[in-house]
Ligand binder design. Structure first.
Ligand code: AMP
Length: 578
């Protein structure tokens, strides 16, 4: 029967070479089928093979190495014959990850009564030292503290049978390469070595070549989460001059309204500045610093979980090891140093098939870095225009209008009660409306409300830039009135009859003009994208030529589009809403 045939394809834990004590724990945890990485890694690892695995958090990689390690422990060292020296060592980049892994190993190894000890920096060494002295089967450690305990003679690696490097790329990024090599060199030649990494930069390959023997290689894309659903991460980039990054971020986040986001910044100073800007916009943002103790970090994460905070602003280092399942957005205030770092960051969303959003603010000089990410992941990153001040004002008014309407409907329903509510609001208004126009009174009330709720006026112009031609500045003035300003001297303005609603972006216009006329990207000046039209400045002397070449129209975003001289009737406020 078809159904049965299909079921034969689905791997089962009971087909894996794992003993009942382990299968029982897995079943109790509710795992129904091995995830792809588990299906591919467990059997060769139980056989004793070395393994090089490319897999991110969320793929089930912890069980993929922990279950075989426990199986081999049971095979080689039955409980009664266990000594003091550890059988297995797992190295992890951070305390948080080490604790998580240790918790998982302890849980999976419950039926086997495996003794698991976690050692990590930033905590007193004494208790960890004593725990190791009492006899241990599996040590989960961060590299620095492992070296420390090795040097003190507390961590014995001479009887080790298996070593796992978890998130090896992170460990190398954190500068642990020497520690890792020292630790690996201290293990017996006969031990099994397993290396897991979310990305495979050359340095990882070199490490693998040096320490792994004929490894089985397993590569799991993020999509292969245990639940079997592909995670969806919408990746959007906003092109802005570096000097306007923070202002643009405020606008993007206000428009996007994430439920729970991490905003990554390059430096601690940036973290503080960004937190301040976002807070001033009325967004609930909190800084997460590397120097915070564990308890403080836990509290901050708890506030995010409970919805009391919506944004955590952090550096990569401060956010290391944070594992927040409910995260909806990863926001890059700065383009990460490498494509691998980008992939790591966005790996925090879109888990278990949930939707996730990755937002990156990109200065023109870094567009190539985003293209490199696209090549690495094979997934497109969309460039979108930063919401204009007018867009945000319109959205805010819309929200106010919805709230007022709801309130009015409620009040009407309970009008009798309201008459008698005795709060004096109506009486106060009666006084004001005797003196002023009621609409003016209401308008003033709405403005006061906006001030009270911290709505910014977004007076700062955020210039529209294009990837090819570098930064360009809009003429001074408020965003919403862009179309009414005269073009810069020596330039003329062209009117394009397609805009944001057709998905037109500055780079599309640059592309069309540069492809179909004699203009090069450098000649093209400020570009303003409005809802249904766009304005672009070009040198006056080139205008006739350009218009001649474009006489038959051009194609933008797959749509026939006309370009002509702007006659100045593109007015402020046209098509403000997205
Ligand atoms: P990891 O990638 O190891 O961080 O695991 C991600 C999450 O998936 C953890 O919460 C595991 O408990 C869970 N998990 C691991 N293996 C499976 C499985 N086969 N079925 C369901 N959930 C799993």
């Amino acid at each position: 029967m078809i159904e049965n045939e299909h079921q034969l394809d689905v791997p089962r834990f009971s087909d894996l070479p794992l003993r009942d004590e382990l299968l029982r724990e897995v079943e109790e945890l509710g795992y129904q089928h091995p995830s792809p990485i588990q299906a591919q890694s467990i059997a060769p690892l139980v056989e004793g093979r070395d393994l090089l695995g490319q897999a991110a958090t969320g793929t089930g990689k912890t069980a993929a190495f922990a279950l075989p390690m426990l199986e081999r422990l049971a095979q080689q060292r039955p409980e009664q014959s266990r000594g003091d020296a550890p059988f297995g060592l797992v190295l992890a980049p951070t305390r948080e990850l080490a604790l998580q892994v240790a918790e998982a190993v302890t849980r999976y190894g419950r039926g086997l009564r495996a003794r698991v000890v976690t050692v990590y920096g930033g905590a007193p060494v004494g208790p960890q030292w004593r725990a190791l002295q009492q006899g241990v089967d599996i040590v989960v450690a961060t590299p620095g503290r492992a070296i420390d305990l090795l040097n003190r003679g507390a961590l014995r690696l001479d009887e080790l049978e298996t070593v796992v490097l978890d998130e090896a790329d992170e460990m190398l990024d954190m500068g642990f390469v020497e520690d890792i090599e020292t630790l690996l060199d201290a293990t017996p030649d006969t031990r099994q070595a397993v290396l897991f990494s979310a990305t495979m930069p050359r340095r990882i390959e070199t490490l693998a070549q040096k320490y792994l023997r004929e490894p089985v290689t397993v590569r799991i894309r993020r999509e292969a989460v245990p639940e079997g659903e592909a995670p969806k991460v919408r990746q959007t980039a906003y092109l802005v001059p570096r000097s306007h990054t923070t202002a643009a971020l405020g606008r993007v986040l206000e428009a996007e309204r994430p439920t729970a986001a991490i905003v990554f910044c390059r430096t601690r100073l940036d973290v503080d500045a960004v937190t301040e800007t976002l807070t001033a916009r009325g967004l609930r943002a909190e800084a997460l610093h590397g120097g915070m103790d564990q308890e403080h970090r836990t509290r901050v994460v708890e506030r995010l979980r409970s919805g009391r905070t919506e944004l955590l602003v952090a550096t990569d280092v401060a956010a290391r090891g944070l594992d927040i399942d409910l995260l909806t957005h990863v926001v890059n205030h700065d383009v990460p140093q490498s494509s691998e770092a980008y992939v790591h960051r966005i790996g925090r969303v879109g888990r278990a098939g949930r939707e996730g959003v990755a937002i990156t603010l990109v200065p023109p000089a870094k567009v190539h870095a985003m293209r490199a990410v696209e090549r690495l992941t094979g997934q497109p990153i969309e460039f979108a225009p930063v919401p204009t001040a007018a867009d945000l004002r319109a959205a805010r008014l819309e929200r106010t209008s919805v709230a007022l309407r709801e309130r009015l409907v409620e009040d009407l329903r309970g009008d009798l009660l309201d008459e008698e509510s005795g709060d004096g609001v109506r009486e106060m208004l009666a006084g004001l409306t005797a003196e002023f126009d009621p609409v003016d009174v209401a308008a003033a009330a709405v403005r006061l409300l906006q001030v009270a709720t911290g709505a910014p006026d977004d007076a700062e112009d955020i210039p529209v830039v294009t990837p090819r031609s570098g930064e360009r500045r809009e003429p001074r003035g408020r965003g919403g009135a862009a179309g009414t300003r005269p073009p810069k001297a020596g330039t003329t303005r062209l009117f394009v009859n397609a805009g944001r609603s057709s998905g037109v972006r500055p780079q599309d216009i640059v592309g069309a003009l540069a492809n179909e006329s004699s203009l090069s990207g450098r000649d093209i000046g400020a570009i303003q994208i409005h809802e249904r039209h766009a304005l672009v400045e070009i040198p006056e002397h080139a205008a006739d030529d350009v218009l001649r070449s474009l006489r038959g129209g051009t194609t933008l975003k797959g749509r026939r589009t006309n370009i002509r001289r702007d006659r100045g009737f593109a007015t402020a406020g046209r098509g403000r809403r997205d």
